[in-house]
Design a protein around this ligand. Structure first.
Ligand code: ADP
Ligand code: MG
Ligand code: MG
Length: 199
């Protein structure tokens, strides 16, 4: 069973991973964006980590809802509201249970990804974070490791795509041949989940 501590670990391991990969995320956002994805997420997850240390919420749902709110209020970019919605909606779906099983997490995360698709209007193949998140949620029924692989493969598979949502879509065909930064960071989020599950 997964408790609040598991979800706090997920957020802090994600924060550390975003710190390590910030330059790479920003570099990916350079040819097809405005070169701020790494710094956007670094700011957001630093705030998440600080809040979790100061006043750790007591339930899995509360951890994700608080983290999502903080991303929305601190990340000045498209990814803030989108990741914020992902975590908030997932947290809401977890309710106020103190412990949840893996199946319930998979269902909640699917609700979170659905909410991101509704907010941003992106679907599979639009060259966004959805291209890593959807395959990850599909694979989460099998295992955390399978979700991690699916997210990483989904991120890599955005490279040849033409962006249909977000800033990269302004480039039209010139967005092709570049891996999407948001799909790449989404794979980091899922990899952190798999890492914490393997601890
Ligand atoms: P901004 O484009 O405002 O600078 P970021 O650079 O932080 O924001 O994030 C860009 C990422 O956000 C993209 O790589 C893409 O994955 C994701 N994104 C942008 N628009 C959407 C959308 N409508 N739906 C889903 N993801 C999106
Ligand atoms: Mg950007
Ligand atoms: Mg920006």
């Amino acid at each position: 069973m997964l408790d609040a501590d598991f979800f706090r670990r997920w957020m802090t391991v994600t924060a550390a991973s975003v710190d390590r990969e910030a330059q790479r995320l920003t570099a990916l956002d350079s040819p097809i964006g405005d070169a701020d994805h790494g710094s956007n997420l670094q700011r957001g997850f630093a705030a998440v980590r600080a809040a979790l240390e100061k006043e750790p919420p007591a339930t899995p749902g509360a951890v994700l809802i608080q983290s999502g709110r903080l991303l929305i209020s601190t990340v000045g970019g498209a990814s803030g509201p989108l990741y914020g919605t992902l975590l908030r909606r997932t947290g809401k779906a977890l309710g106020d249970a103190a412990e949840i099983d893996e199946r319930r997490l998979a269902e909640a995360l699917r609700a979170g990804v659905d909410a991101v698709m509704q907010l941003g209007g992106a679907t599979a193949g639009d060259k966004t974070m959805i291209d890593a998140l959807l395959p990850a949620v599909d694979a989460l029924g099998d295992s955390f490791a399978a979700a991690r692989t699916a997210a990483e493969e989904g991120a890599v598979a955005t490279t040849p795509l033409r962006a249909r949502k977000g800033r990269a879509s302004y480039l039209g065909e010139r967005s092709m041949g570049h891996q999407d930064p948001g799909a790449t960071s989404a794979a980091l989020l899922i990899a952190a989940l798999a890492d914490v599950a393997a601890e």
